[in-house]
Write a new protein. Structure first.
Length: 247
């Protein structure tokens, strides 16, 4: 019988992990996507879309599907999914690894302002600028809805739902982005402030380089704390963990 591996996905790391594991005939690889993105990039292998219905339902699914290991390679801010995975795998007695790419690091010339949450970031904005480039994802936009004195350039993959800021322009786009494009975008819209989460990775990093080149302040929301389970920072580390775990 093939060993079963569940990848909680949605990130580039998750897709690369699935691509590698799907070549191994001794494994059955299933990638699970939350279904929040309208047209997601699908990984190689089996794919399920949608939530599990809570930790207990997820634990039952893991047992029914004969899953031998779970890799949580979700977005660094997907707290709810990670918490459910921790509870479900503990209940089912299945090993769990959390795969998180490293966060971004400040470089010379950066003017970063760290916050612990989106509401805290919103409260900081009026002291830093008046035209903010908001790149925190569509689900966190209500935190900025009350800032009527500010104008926002909002970039999301899918259209957001209200409440939204009263003064904004919406840009639907998906990375990867390039430095020249980010510079042109910020100059065109006279952006004087960037707001982002510490997502890490290279796909959206050019916006940070653009802000540095233009001398703009950047509000960065810190990541949630990692759970007390094995973790990896790269796909290669995750593969090594699975190789040592599975027969």
């Amino acid at each position: 019988m093939r060993a079963g591996v569940l990848i909680l996905g949605g990130t580039g790391e998750a897709r690369r992990l699935a691509e590698t594991l799907a070549r191994e005939p001794r494994l059955r690889v299933i990638s699970s996507l939350a279904g929040r993105v309208r047209d997601p990039k699908l990984p190689r292998g089996e794919v399920r879309v949608g939530g599990f219905g809570g930790p207990d339902a997820m634990a039952r699914w893991l047992r029914e599907q004969n899953i031998d290991a779970v890799v949580d390679a979700t977005h660094p801010f997907a707290e709810r999914i990670t918490a459910s995975a921790v509870q479900a795998t503990a209940s089912a007695g299945i090993p769990l690894l959390v795969l998180r790419r490293p966060g971004w690091r400040e470089e010379p010339g950066d003017d970063w302002h760290w916050t612990r949450s989106l509401p805290e970031a919103a409260a900081l904005l009026p002291a830093l600028g008046r035209r903010a480039f908001l790149t925190t994802g569509r689900q966190g936009l209500p935190a900025f809805a009350g800032l009527d004195d500010l104008w926002f350039l909002i970039r999301t993959v899918d259209p957001p739902e209200p409440p939204l800021p009263s003064r904004f322009r919406l840009l639907l786009d998906r990375g990867p982005y390039k430095l020249d494009g980010e510079l042109s975008l910020m100059r065109e819209h006279r952006v004087d402030l960037l707001v982002t989460k510490d997502s890490g990775g290279t796909m959206t990093m050019p916006k940070l380089a653009a802000a540095r080149e233009l001398g703009l302040p950047v509000v960065v929301v810190r990541r949630p704390a990692l759970p007390d389970v094995p973790t990896a920072g790269t796909v290669e580390q995750a593969l090594a963990w699975l190789n040592g775990l599975l027969p």
